[in-house]
Design a protein around this ligand. Sequence first.
Ligand code: CUA
Length: 359
Amino acid sequence: MRRVLLAAPLAVAFFASPSPAAAQPWVVAPASDGAETISQLFWFTLVLATIVFVLIEGLLIYSSLRFRRRAPLPFHEPPQMHGNTRLEVMWATVPALILVGLFGITVSRMGDLSQLPTDPSTLHIGVTGRQFQWDFAYGTSGVKSTNDLHIPVGTPLIFDVTSIDVIHSFWVPDLYGKIDANPGRINHITFKATQPGTYRGVCAELCGPGHAGMQFRVEAVSLTDFQQWLEQQQPGASAALAAPPVGAPAPGAVAKPGAPAAAPGGNAGAGAALMAQKGCGGCHTVPGVPGATGSVGPNLAGVASRTRIAGGVVANNGPDDLKKWIMNPSALKPGTAMPTLGLSDDEATTIVAFLETLK
Ligand code: CUA
C-alpha cells in the first residue's frame, strides 16, 4: 500500500510531463532494446499500481461519504461486525498473486536482458570507472576515449564494466539500467542502441567528492559514422591535423620541437610537437602526438568536444578554460595529478590550438 501511495505522485508527474524529448534522461524514453524492455516493465508496474491505488482510494472515499454520520440524527451505534473470512482471504490472496506475477515477469525479463549476444558483429566496449571519470576502450581497435562514449546504432554491444579504485555505477538511463563498476571484477551488460542521438550518462554510486561531476556523454551514430570515428581515433592515426602519412614518425618516436613534420598543421601542428616535447604523452594518449600512449591521465581523443573536463571543475570547456586549466591545474583543482608544467602564455595557446582540433 505504501508503495502504491508513493507511485501515485510519480504517475501524476509522468503523465503531466510533456512527451519525452530526445535524450531525456528517463527510462520512459528508451533508445535501445534493453531500455525498451526495462521501460515496458516500468509502465506495466506503474499502471498496475495505479489501478490498485484508484480502486482502494475510491472505495475509501466512497465509504467515508456513504456511511458518514449524518448530523441531525440522534446517535445510535450501527450494527457491529467482526471478521469476514471471505473478504480477508481475498485481500490477502489478490495482492499476493499480483506480487508473484510481477516477480515472475521481472525475473523472466532480467533473464532476457542478461543474455549475452553471440552475433559475430558484437562489439565489446571496456568501461573503467575511476575517481572521477570514465574510460572507454573499443574492442580490439586500441582506441580509447574518456567521458565520451561512441556507439554504433543497431550493433549488439557488450560492456565490460569495472573500476580501478572504488565502486562506481555506470548508468545511461535512456539506454539501460545501472550496473556497478567494482574494482577487481568485470560486470557485463548488453544492449543494442535503436536510435541515434546524444545521451547523458552518470555515475550512480556515491564514490567521493567528485561523484556529481562523474558524468559522460554517449554519442550513438550509424555504423558507418562510428567506424569512421574509430579510424580517426586510432592511436597511430594522424588525427584532425593530418600529419603527412609519408615519413610520419614511428609510434614511440619523439618529435623534435619545431620539426618540419608538424609544419602542415600550422599552430595546431606546433602544438602537437610541443606536447610531445613537454612529455604530455607520458600520462595521456593523444591522437596525432607521436609516442603519446600514456594511460595515467585521461585520453585526449575528442577532448575539444567534451562539455566538461578535469573531472567537472572546468564545466564549460572552451579554448580559454582549457588554457587556464593546462597553465595552472592545481589552482582549479587542488590535489590534481596533473602537474603544473610552467607553460608560457604562448606555449599554452599553441597547445590549446592543437587540442581544439581533437573533436
Ligand atoms: Cu563514480 Cu560516483
